[in-house]
Design a protein around this ligand. Structure first.
Ligand code: NDP
Length: 283
């Protein structure tokens, strides 16, 4: 019998990283696939990122995720960028293709895969609350997938306008910026509203984005990027008004699915992955 004790190596470079649950979800998928593969959380300081990437390359890692604060800085240490990662200007997933490190952004793609389970974005009018990294990835991918318009609602006007301009410059969607003052009234013709801010993330679980809930109509798709807790106060309020809701676990699971597909060339079981996260978050 031929013996092989060489595991396929993947992981995550971030700091802090100890509370990042992706490892549980990815390793559950690897086990279910019968793969001898590992996913290792590595706490990497900004000054050490270059060494970490060179180390991963030297050790033949199949790829790795990058989380805060490395999503932009990692670009300096890899060989090439996938098209949407180039537009977004951030990388959260690196794939080792025959020794070349390719940067992808699976944040927006993961969100999109989750969104498509409830609505086809083609021709839809989409409102994105927030203008940080998650918003930027979601706005670009949703626009590239054929949304008719993207409205960015943000407190900080400069950041909001920057995302709006990115959408206008690189996609065919109409792009609009709305300054976030008081309670945001959702336009009557909106099809999808996404909380892409950090409002509602544990421990601030009672906090909600300032939205006039009277403008949430039945059938509107309301999504949240917050993975912890999965059922945010925002989603509960929207659901009470008849909205179709989508939680942040869907985005997280689908990002993981895309990453594993890119690293292994095989299809993981999304249900196993969601189950691992639900066990962690007590859903
Ligand atoms: P950033 O720090 O880059 O951006 C945060 C955004 O939230 C900014 O637009 C900021 O507005 C806005 N914001 C924060 N607090 C408030 C407030 N009180 N009122 C109005 N706006 C506010 O964060 P990221 O984009 O990287 O991440 C956002 C969230 O997305 C995080 O909670 C993260 O957990 C989640 N996420 C989830 C993923 C998933 O797979 N489910 C993947 C990636 C991220 P301003 O510009 O005005 O300061």
């Amino acid at each position: 019998m031929e013996l092989n004790f060489l595991s396929l190596l993947t992981g995550c470079f971030a700091t802090p990283v100890a509370e990042n649950p992706t490892v549980a979800m990815v390793e559950a998928a690897y086990r279910a696939m019968g793969l001898d593969a590992r996913y290792i959380n590595c706490d990497v300081a900004p000054a050490d990122l270059g060494d970490a990437v060179r180390g991963a390359r030297a050790m033949g890692w199949r790829g790795f995720n990058c989380s805060l604060p490395h999503k932009v800085a990692v670009i300096d240490f890899i060989d090439d960028l996938a098209p949407s990662a180039e537009i977004i200007g951030a990388v959260n997933c690196v794939i080792n293709k025959d020794g070349r490190l390719i940067g992808e952004n699976t944040d927006g793609k993961g969100f999109l895969a989750s969104l498509k389970t409830v609505i086809d974005p083609v021709g839809k009018r989409v409102v994105v609350l927030g203008a940080g990294g998650a918003s930027r990835a979601i706005a670009i991918e949703t626009a590239l997938s054929g949304a008719a318009s993207i409205t960015i609602v943000n407190r900080d006007a400069a950041r909001g306008k920057a995302v709006t301009q990115l959408v206008a410059a690189h996609t065919s969607a109409a792009a609009e910026f709305v300054p976030w003052q008081g309670k945001y009234a959702i336009p009557e013709d909106a099809d999808v509203v996404i909380n892409a801010t950090s409002i509602g993330l544990f421990p601030g679980v009672d906090d909600m984005p300032a939205v006039a809930f009277s403008t949430v109509r039945p059938g509107l798709v309301v999504a949240d990027v917050i993975p912890n807790p999965p059922r945010t106060a925002f989603l509960k309020q929207a659901e009470a008004r008849g909205a179709r809701t989508l939680d942040g676990l869907g985005m997280l699971v689908n990002q993981g699915v895309i990453g594993i597909r890119l690293w292994t060339g095989r299809e993981p079981d999304a249900k196993v992955m969601r189950g691992a996260l639900e066990a962690i978050f007590g859903v």
